[in-house]
Every structure is written in structure tokens, then in C-alpha cells.
Design a protein around this ligand. Structure first.
Ligand SMILES: *Cc1c(COP(=O)(O)O)cnc(C)c1O
Length: 400
């Protein structure tokens, strides 16, 4: 498996971030997963099977596309798009669920559970489970079920059972709690599939490894196209999996600058954003240490973004470490800027990006014109925008 970046320490810390803060019975389960993963991580047969599925099921390698019209219009740095939107199921999330379902199979588990907010991770999980004939249970807040009816139907079509969560705010946080309770009760038969590079050890490491195929491929691709590595990597950051997958393989290439783009929502001066690294402080959330948006009592604050995949009040420990050490820079763009970029890329390149990915595009639109023409930018197009066109149509109808 992917080896080029830094490893966390034995307790799963990247610097002071990460670790595992869960009840003892859950810790035992996580210890088993960590032990198994660290072993299979170096198993050539596991890697062969993973790579084979990425190629023959997901459709990798994904294209690195030179966005000529966008580059010429902006008049500065040369812009390449990493087309994760062209993967089977339309986003990067499938890279991770394929990796984790292989681990579940090796662990002898027949039942997979997951939490989902907007439903994207639920769909990627249900897809991987269908491929392996595994029982699949998705916990989803009742509120989210109402908002994301189409994704609920997709999951059911793929053979998953979607369980409505009616406790608390009936959203993602409560779905996580209920999934963890299920895991504690059924750990002998059940594997918990996490959707981003967050959570207690070993999930941030594991998800980073599986998503690193994104950055690895771009190294080969840009070297072939330009004869050198890029100057900038840009990706949106929710939990941080697509960004860390692009960045981590370049960790030791110190001339390559990393820029993570967080959701500025309705503005950083309002409570309606999810700019965890930009506005958060060091804290603890869902069993690990990271930058987080929390109240005085340490409870996660409600967060918001126009892009449902970006509204998480925590962020991966490796990004927290990158921020602390200055390896990466984190910036924000607002809903309105993301919405403009969504339309701009559609018109100028014929590519409709996910609203999440549109955040990375929006920052690129600001940065590229300030750079000389010999500079190279790679932007991660984490997913396609078909899932967002209804929402955008409604917003635009309201505006005019
Ligand atoms: C879920 C999602 C994201 C955000 O998740 P990360 O773990 O930060 O990558 C970004 N883009 C798309 C298309 C998504 O579905």
C-alpha cells in the first residue's frame, strides 16, 4: 500500500492530533481493526486486489485534464483538473469504500454499517457492499432522509437497509452515535465503514492511504505532461479525505504548495460556515483530537455549507498537523463564490462540478490570475455535480 508520506505514531497521532478517545469496549474493537490494517497495509496480495478493483470497477486511473479554456480566460497559471468525478458513482468516496470492504472481508465480517449525512458515503458504501454481497446497514438522521430522498432510494436499490435515526438533532452526529452503538453490540460480525479521513485511529490513516491513489496518479500524469511536478495542489476540505489523498504523496516534495479550501458558507463573520481549520480551535470530537468548531463546553457547534458534503464541525488530524506545521495553507470561499464557480466551470469547460469541488475551483479562479504563466496548478475535482443541479436550480430561481 501507499508508503510515501509520514505515518502517525503507534497511538495514531500526527503531531498532537489524532489518537483515539472511545469507551474501553469500543477501543478493543478498534485495536483489532488497527492491528489487521497495519498488517494488510504491507500485504502485496491485499494491494493487488485493491488496485485491480480500482482499475476494473472504479475505472482508474482518472484523467488529469488540462483546462485550457479556463486557463486562457484567467490568464495566469496553467490549470489541470484531476477528474475524480469520472469514477464509478461519480466521486472520490468509492476509492475508500472499496479499500475498507476488502479489509472487512479479510476480517471475516459479513455485515457492514456506516453513517451518512448527505448520503454520498452511504451510496459508496452500499455500492462496495453490493459488489461483495455483504449485508449493509446505513444509519441516517431522519432530517437528512427527508432532504436526500434520492440517495436513500439509491442505497435501497443497491441492497442496503437505511435506518432512520430519530434521536437528538436527527442528523449526522446522531447517526454516528447510533452506528457506534450497533458496532459495540455486534462487533463480532460487523465492520464499521467510516467515510472520511476522520475519527479515531486507524481510520484517518486508512482513509488517507486508500485515497492517496489520487495524488500518486497525478505525479505520474503531470510528469508525463509537463516534465515536472506541479507548483500548487488545491482541494476542498470537509473531513479532508479527497484533499489528503491528493496532498500526502507530495508531502516530501517541499516545493509543491498545498491549499485546502474550506466552506465559508454565508461568511466567516456569521455562524453559517464550516471553516474548521480557519476558525476552529484545538479540541476533541467523535473520538479524536483535531481543530474543531465547538462551544464553550466543548460541544460541536452546528455548522453549515451550501455543499452538504463539507458541513462537518471537525477535520482530519493530518490536516490539523499540516496547518500547525505550516505544510499546508487553508483558505475559505463563500457559498456565493462556490455557486459562481459551479456555473463558470460548467459553461467554460463543459464540466458540472459537485458543489464541494466548486469550492476548490472558486479559489483557483482567484489564485490563477495572480501567478505567472509558467506555474502549474492541479485542482482536485472530487465529484460530479449532477447530484446538485436541483438544489442549484432552486437557488438561482430564487435569486432572479
Ligand atoms: C464527501 C465529499 C467531499 C468532502 O469530503 P472529504 O472527506 O473532505 O473529501 C468532497 N467532495 C465530494 C464530491 C464529496 O462527495
Amino acid at each position: 500500500m501507499y508508503q510515501a508520506s509520514t505515518l502517525p505514531d503507534k497511538q495514531g497521532y500526527f503531531g498532537e492530533f489524532g489518537g483515539s478517545f472511545v469507551p474501553p469496549n469500543l477501543q478493543e474493537v478498534l485495536d483489532d481493526v488497527a492491528r489487521a490494517y497495519l498488517e494488510y497495509r504491507n500485504d502485496p496480495e491485499f494491494e493487488r486486489e485493491f488496485r485491480d478493483l480500482l482499475q476494473n470497477y472504479v475505472g482508474r486511473p482518472s484523467i488529469l485534464y488540462y483546462a485550457k479554456r479556463l486557463t486562457e480566460k484567467l490568464g495566469g497559471a496553467k490549470i489541470y483538473l484531476k477528474r475524480e468525478d469520472l469514477n464509478h458513482t461519480g466521486a472520490h468516496k468509492i476509492n475508500n469504500t472499496i479499500g475498507q470492504v476488502l479489509l472487512a472481508k479479510r476480517l471475516g465480517k459479513k455485515r457492514v454499517i456506516a453513517e451518512t449525512g448527505a448520503g454520498q458515503h452511504g451510496v459508496a458504501t452500499a455500492t462496495a457492499c453490493a459488489l461483495f454481497g455483504m449485508e449493509c446497514i446505513i444509519y441516517m438522521g431522519e432530517e437528512d432522509i427527508k432532504r436526500q430522498a434520492l440517495n436513500v432510494f439509491r442505497m435501497e436499490l443497491l441492497g442496503a437497509k437505511v435506518i432512520p435515526v430519530t434521536s437528538g438533532t436527527k442528523t449526522l452526529k446522531d447517526a454516528v452515535d447510533q452506528a457506534l452503538n450497533d458496532l459495540i453490540e455486534n462487533y463480532k460480525t460487523t465492520y464499521y465503514m467510516l467515510g472520511s479521513a476522520v475519527g479515531p485511529h486507524p481510520y484517518p490513516l486508512m482513509v488517507r492511504d486508500f485515497q492517496s491513489v489520487i495524488g500518486e496518479e497525478t505525479k505520474t500524469q503531470i510528469t508525463k505532461a509537463e516534465g515536472r511536478l506541479p507548483d500548487y495542489l488545491i482541494a476542498c476540505v470537509g473531513g479532508g479525505s479527497n484533499a489528503i489523498g491528493l496532498f500526502a504523496p507530495y508531502y516530501k516534495d517541499r516545493d509543491v504548495k498545498f491549499i485546502g479550501v474550506e466552506p465559508g458558507g454565508k461568511g466567516l463573520e456569521t455562524p453559517f460556515h464550516a471553516a474548521t481549520l480557519t476558525k476552529g480551535k484545538k479540541g476533541q470530537i467523535h473520538g479524536f483530537k483535531c481543530y474543531s468548531l465547538e462551544d464553550e463546553k466543548g460541544e460541536p457547534l452546528p455548522v453549515y455549507s451550501i455543499a452538504a458534503g463539507l458541513d462537518y464541525p471537525g477535520v482530519g488530524p493530518e490536516h490539523s498537523f499540516y496547518k500547525e506545521t505550516g505544510r499546508a495553507e487553508y483558505v475559505t470561499v463563500t457559498d456565493d463564490e462556490a455557486l459562481a464557480a459551479f456555473q463558470e466551470l460548467s459553461k467554460i469547460e463543459g464540466i458540472i462540478p459537485a458543489l464541494e469541488s466548486a469550492h476548490a475551483i472558486a479559489y483557483t479562479i482567484k489564485l490563477a490570475p495572480t501567478l505567472p504563466q509558467d506555474q502549474l496548478i492541479i485542482v482536485n475535482l472530487s465529484g460530479r455535480g449532477d447530484k446538485d443541479v436541483n438544489q442549484v436550480a432552486e437557488i438561482l430561481r430564487g435569486k432572479f
